[in-house]
Write a protein that binds this ligand. Structure first.
Ligand SMILES: NC(=O)c1ccc[n+]([C@@H]2O[C@H](COP(=O)([O-])OP(=O)(O)OC[C@H]3O[C@@H](n4cnc5c(N)ncnc54)[C@H](OP(=O)(O)O)[C@@H]3O)[C@@H](O)[C@H]2O)c1
Length: 249
């Protein structure tokens, strides 16, 4: 039996990760801010491997927990229940879209995952799944050894925690590229080639934000092998920390 996955945040990416987890045969304990009673429809869709819980219960459901809430709320993560646990940080810094900004992120003093790791000082934070969406998880998943298998980049400071996340990503149908420690996570963060673009291609110029979302929902996805992901991570230059719609977009 695969390990149980706790998930905090049941929105777009939290529910997408839950879908991949139950397909992979994992038990899922998922939570949100409104309480377990609000999760009936999602649990019905996910089936018998899933149950709804509070964030504190999800934090203690297994030794691997996904944080899939707005980064602005990271200090609301249940810090004590998460102690001793590997926490997958899916959260992205996007002040222009959310209005929430932190000077130490804007000045590159810290990456957003280092900020989360500082708060979750008893946990091992691994950055992963911040650069994918549900469609990508569904459509680019391939069995191990498939020549078209895509690799997803991760960062983290704890090798044992990264090994657990690598196993989860393998179960989901992807290889993994270890890009280094959390201080290096800018290499895979917003505005870099590995933030969606490698997997979907460059956004056509001149689109509004709703048009970009529509394009993202339909454009053919690009299987991206580990060698390409490793090269993109190694060669990217440091970009502004907060997600920006490119001027050409
Ligand atoms: N959207 C994507 O495709 C995508 C992909 C990769 C990474 N991300 C990143 O992942 C994070 C979540 O994005 P999203 O698009 O999934 O957001 P979303 O659809 O708005 O969902 C956010 C979820 O977080 C929950 N939440 C908020 N504060 C919480 C708290 N204090 N405790 C427990 N749950 C809380 C919300 O609960 P309620 O449902 O009760 O409101 C909701 O379920 C963001 O940081 C984003 O940058 C998003």
């Amino acid at each position: 039996m695969n390990g149980t996955l706790g998930i905090i945040g049941s929105g777009t990416i939290g529910s997408a990760i839950a879908r991949s987890a139950v397909i992979a045969g994992r038990h899922v304990v998922i939570s949100n801010s409104r309480g377990p009673e609000s999760l009936g429809a999602l649990i019905a869709e996910l089936g018998p491997l899933a149950r709804a819980a509070t964030p504190a219960e999800a934090a203690q459901a297994g030794d691997l927990v996904v944080a899939a809430i707005p980064l602005a709320n990271y200090e609301q993560l249940p810090r004590e229940p998460l102690a001793g646990t590997t926490v997958i940080d899916t959260m992205n810094y996007a002040p222009a879209m959310t209005g929430w900004a932190r000077p130490e992120l804007d000045t590159d003093e810290l990456t957003s995952s280092e900020l989360v790791q500082r708060f979750l000082s008893g946990s091992s934070v691994v950055k992963a799944f911040h650069d994918v969406n549900g469609r990508l998880l569904r459509e680019l998943a391939r069995p191990a050894g498939d020549p078209d298998r895509t690799a997803l980049p991760i960062t983290g400071d704890d090798p044992a925690a990264k090994a657990k996340v690598t196993k989860l990503i393998d179960d989901f149908g992807f290889d993994t590229v270890d890009v280094g420690s959390l201080v290096e996570s800018w290499r895979i963060g917003p505005n870099t080639p590995l933030y969606y673009e490698a997997f979907v291609g460059a956004v056509p110029p001149g689109l509004s934000l709703p048009e970009i979302y529509a394009w993202l929902a339909t454009t053919p996805l690009i299987p991206t092998p580990a060698a390409t992901v490793a090269e993109l991570a190694a060669t990217t230059g440091r970009q502004p920390a907060g997600f920006q719609i490119r001027p050409s977009a």
